[in-house]
Design a protein around this ligand. Structure first.
Ligand SMILES: C[S@@+](CC[C@H](N)C(=O)[O-])C[C@H]1O[C@@H](n2cnc3c(N)ncnc32)[C@H](O)[C@@H]1O
Length: 289
């Protein structure tokens, strides 16, 4: 957790690799497809390393920061880099800002955005489930503006993260899979995910991607999830990183993405280490939906 001390966030080689080699090509592609520079919302930290790395594809940036000292340093960075006129800085916890629609000073995000980089401390699942609620609100807002977007989420991988929530999710997924694929296949799926020796990254990955897929489709988005990446962050913290495309489709019915839930299960989990992407661990193959 050394990257969370008062000195502020410090990057590390795995994070640098993901920012420049994994995320940047996606952002370039989004910018090329849109035929313009992109509107960014995210948690860049005081050095704004993501904004700096991606700046040739970005137009304006709305930043979120909850530490006062980091916020001051962020203003200084923007000043030194001469990008203050493109900066809209929001102050507070990102969950609160997304849920209430305002920061601690009453300022609102400038909806809609093209790229949203939620790169936060802590896990995704807490007892009050505010973080999934905040993500839901973000997707709702983007849908209200009919704006497609790339969502990047990075957070700590915590084995203790609300096990009961994941358990009830697995039970529901079991019922869901039993409809789509055979009962036997769904039982194998559930058994593997429930096993004590199954890495929690597998449960967390499927939970998050299925959640994003489901909420996205409910809000008129065609959703494409990618294989989540795990890596060791600064200070030895285990992290997980997701990139998801949300393509808005105007329709009266719920959208059905090309990617099915079974496809999401088949994504597995990759690991970034030593500037390489490897299979993190073997996951069962669930066949074709
Ligand atoms: C991991 S750093 C950002 C790194 C940056 N995106 C990059 O690519 O290098 C996260 C920043 O967001 C702030 N932060 C972490 N969790 C937050 C939260 N829940 N709400 C608001 N700010 C948060 C931290 O103080 C830190 O400055």
């Amino acid at each position: 957790m050394n990257d969370r001390k008062p000195g502020g966030f410090r990057s590390n080689p795995n994070k640098n690799y993901i920012r420049s080699r994994i995320d940047k090509p996606l952002i370039r592609k989004w910018s090329e497809n849109a035929g313009r520079h992109l509107e960014y919302l995210g948690l860049p930290g005081w050095e704004m390393l993501d904004i700096v790395e991606w700046q040739s594809f970005l137009a304006n940036f709305s930043t979120i920061e909850r530490e006062e000292r980091e916020q001051h340093r962020l203003y200084l960075t923007a000043n030194v880099r001469d990008v203050e006129h493109r900066l809209h800085a929001l102050y507070g916890d990102f969950d609160d800002i997304l849920i209430t629609g305002r920061d601690k000073y009453g300022r609102m995000p400038r909806w809609p955005y093209d790229v949203v980089n939620l790169d936060f401390y802590g896990g995704l699942l807490y007892s009050d489930l505010r973080r999934p609620m905040a993500l839901r609100k973000l997707i709702e807002n983007q849908a209200a503006h009919e704006r497609s977007f790339l969502l990047i989420v990075t957070h700590d991988l915590r084995d203790s993260d609300r096990g009961r929530e994941k358990q009830s999710f697995l039970t529901d997924m079991h019922k869901f899979l039993a409809r789509g694929i055979s009962m036997r296949a769904s039982t194998i799926a559930l058994d593997w995910y429930e096993r004590a020796d199954t890495p929690d990254a597998a449960r967390q990955s499927v939970y998050t991607n299925v959640f994003l897929h489901d909420v996205g489709e409910n809000h008129q988005f065609h959703v494409t999830c990618r294989t989540p990446l795990v890596y060791v962050g600064t200070g030895g913290t285990k992290m997980i990183h997701y990139t998801t495309d949300f393509a808005f489709r105007r329709a009266a019915h719920r959208i059905v993405s090309d990617q099915s839930i079974v496809d999401i299960l088949n994504l597995g989990v990759h690991e970034v280490a030593d500037e390489r992407v490897l299979v993190a661990f073997e996951t069962p193959y669930f066949g074709i939906a």
